[in-house]
Design a protein around this ligand. Structure first.
Ligand SMILES: Nc1ncnc2c1ncn2[C@@H]1O[C@H](COP(=O)(O)OP(=O)(O)OP(=O)(O)O)[C@@H](O)[C@H]1O
Ligand SMILES: O=c1ccn([C@@H]2O[C@H](COP(=O)(O)O)[C@@H](O)[C@H]2O)c(=O)[nH]1
Length: 238
C-alpha cells in the first residue's frame, strides 16, 4: 500500500521520556522510541525529530512562578531540548541507525549547528536528524519549531507523538466528555482554540499546507503504528 506520508517530522513529547522516579530520562523508554524510529526507517519513512522539553523545563510555566524572567526561562528550556536530543540521538545510534543532533543554538563542541542544506543531505543519505534548541528564540515552543523545520525540510507531515491519542473537542485530561476528531482542518483547530498545539504552530502549518498527525506515545511502537494507521490518531489537514 502506498504511504500517506514518506518524509515525516516527528515531534516527540519531552514529558514522555521522564522516568517514574522523577529522573529526566528512563533509558528503557528512550530505547523503545529508538527501536520504533529504526523500524519506521526500515519501512521506508524518512524521519527527522524535534523533541520537546516538558520533562525538564517549560519556560512559560517556570517564569509564571515569578522568580525568573520569561526569556531566561525559555533559554533554559531550549537547553533542555538539547539534552533530550542528545539522549535520543545516543539511543538511536545504539539501536543501529545513524543519528545526528543539529542545534539551532550554536554549541559546536557539543553538536553541529543547524543549517538547512546539510540537514537535507543527511536525510537524503538515510540518517535520522534530531533538531535541537527549538527555533533558537524565546517565546516559541518546540511545536512551532517542528512545523518550521518540517516546512524547511520539505516534510510531508508533522507527527506530534504526545500524551493523548488525538485532537479532542476539549483537553481530554480535564474534560472526560471531550470527543476525539478523526480529521479536522487547521482553520477549525485555530477557530476552536484547541490547545493540543499552540496557535503559532497551527498557523504556520496552515500557511504551508502541512498536515499534522496527533497520536499517543502510549501504544507499542507508537510512531510506526500511527504512521501505518494501526493506532488511533487525528489528522489536521489544510
Ligand atoms: N483539544 C485538545 N485535544 C487534545 N489534547 C489537548 C487538547 N487541549 C489540550 N490538550 C493537552 O495537550 C497536551 C499535549 O501538548 P503538550 O505540548 O503540552 O505536550 P507534549 O507534546 O507532551 O509536550 P512536551 O514535549 O513539552 O513535553 C496533551 O497532553 C493534552 O492534555
Ligand atoms: O523555539 C523554542 C522552543 C522551545 N523553547 C523553550 O523550551 C521549552 C521546552 O519546549 P516545549 O515545546 O515546551 O516542550 C519551552 O517551554 C520554551 O521555554 C523556546 O524558548 N523556543
Amino acid at each position: 500500500m502506498a504511504k500517506r506520508f514518506r518524509r515525516v517530522l516527528v515531534k516527540l513529547s519531552g514529558e514522555a521520556l521522564a522516568a517514574h522516579d522523577g529522573y529526566w530520562f528512563d533509558p528503557k523508554i528512550l530505547a523503545g522510541f529508538a527501536h520504533d524510529i529504526v523500524s519506521a526507517t526500515a519501512k521506508g519513512y524518512e524521519i527527522a525529530i524535534v523533541i520537546g522539553g516538558g520533562n525538564i523545563i517549560r519556560g512559560a510555566r517556570m517564569s509564571a512562578a515569578g522568580w525568573i524572567d520569561r526569556a531566561t526561562a525559555d533559554a533554559m528550556g531550549m537547553l533542555g531540548t538539547v539534552m533530550n536530543s542528545l539522549a535520543i540521538e545516543n539511543a538511536i545510534n545504539a539501536a543501529g541507525v545513524s543519528a545526528r543532533t543539529m542545534s539551532a543554538v550554536s554549541m559546536p563542541t557539543i553538536c553541529e549547528t543547524y543549517a538547512r542544506q546539510p540537514a537535507l543531505r543527511y536525510i537524503e543519505k538515510g540518517q535520522t536528524i534530531v533538531l535541537a534548541g527549538g527555533t533558537g528564540n524565546p517565546f516559541f515552543t518546540t511545536d512551532t519549531s517542528a512545523v518550521l523545520r518540517a516546512a524547511e525540510l520539505r516534510c510531508d507531515a508533522v507527527l506530534k507523538a504526545t500524551q493523548v491519542d488525538g485532537v479532542y473537542s476539549a483537553d481530554p485530561k480535564k474534560d472526560p466528555s471531550a470527543i476525539r476528531f478523526e480529521q479536522l482542518t487547521h482553520d477549525e483547530a485555530i477557530a476552536q482554540d484547541l490547545k493540543v498545539m499552540d496557535t503559532a504552530a497551527f498557523a504556520l502549518a496552515r500557511e504551508n499546507k502541512l498536515p499534522i498527525i496527533v497520536g499517543s506515545v502510549h501504544f507499542p511502537s507508537s510512531i510506526t503504528a500511527i504512521l501505518e494507521g494501526t493506532a488511533p490518531s487525528t489528522v489536521v489537514v489544510p
